[in-house]
Design a protein around this ligand. Structure first.
Ligand SMILES: [Zn+2]
Length: 221
């Protein structure tokens, strides 16, 4: 759903799991954040872009939110609290710490509501997990996120969860590299900035040596 004035934010989906892409809807670090979920509409945009919502459901939810603005504002606040609980939980996992019990409780509360809306569907000769469509339940967009978080926590891939090594970036991602050496959320952004910083530091470290060498050549020392 394109917003009427064409200003829909395009979310970066580099986490490798729906739940990590959701955590990454805050740019920068928790110390210097740039919030990307500034309205319920942003939350629906993210859900549609990330595949948590179909186009029709996204449209239904946006319309429901316009009819119930106070509830939409409450849902957005809850969605941001839920995101921060997931961030702390997976940041703890990435640094091999035990997660906070409160954050586990927040996930389990959302997961309980999510699982009540799941169903099995037959598709292409097989069966898949689907969702009971509900264009009126404003927190609907968070249910697949809770399911994704739960699936990741019990998956053998959990040990691949990493936090970006960027100086001002808290993003989480799956390190699927063969030697498990990925350090940045993406090479274009944080990876390049880190490379540029290393270059600058190397250059700066060399400069006095070069000047000293020049003075030595000119017989000044
Ligand atoms: Zn990063």
């Amino acid at each position: 759903m394109a917003s009427g004035d064409g200003t829909e934010y395009v979310f970066e989906l580099s986490g490798g799991r729906l739940c990590l892409d959701y955590v990454n809807t805050l740019s920068g670090s928790r110390a210097h954040p740039t919030e990307r979920l500034n309205s319920y509409r942003d939350l629906v945009s993210w859900g549609r872009q990330a595949g948590a919502l179909g186009d029709r459901e996204a449209q239904q939810l946006a319309q429901a939110a316009q009819r119930r603005p106070e509830e939409a504002a409450r849902t957005l606040a809850e969605a941001v609290r839920f995101r921060e609980a997931l961030f702390r939980l997976f940041a703890a996992v990435a640094s091999l710490r035990a997660p906070d019990q409160g954050d586990m409780a927040a996930l389990n509360a959302m997961l309980g509501r999510a699982l009540a809306r799941q169903r099995i569907e037959r598709r292409a000769g097989g069966f898949v997990w689907g969702w009971i469509e509900d264009g009126e339940a404003l927190e609907r967009v968070l249910w697949p996120v809770a399911r994704s978080a739960a699936d990741l926590l019990v998956s053998p891939d959990l040990k691949r969860v990493r936090q970006c090594a960027g100086a001002d970036c808290d993003w989480l991602f799956m390190d699927m590299s063969r030697n498990r050496s990925r350090r940045w959320c993406d090479m274009k952004g944080c990876g390049n900035r880190a490379k540029a910083r290393r270059y600058y530091e190397r250059h700066r470290a060399k400069a006095p040596t070069g000047a000293a060498a020049g003075r030595a050549r000119r017989g000044l020392v």
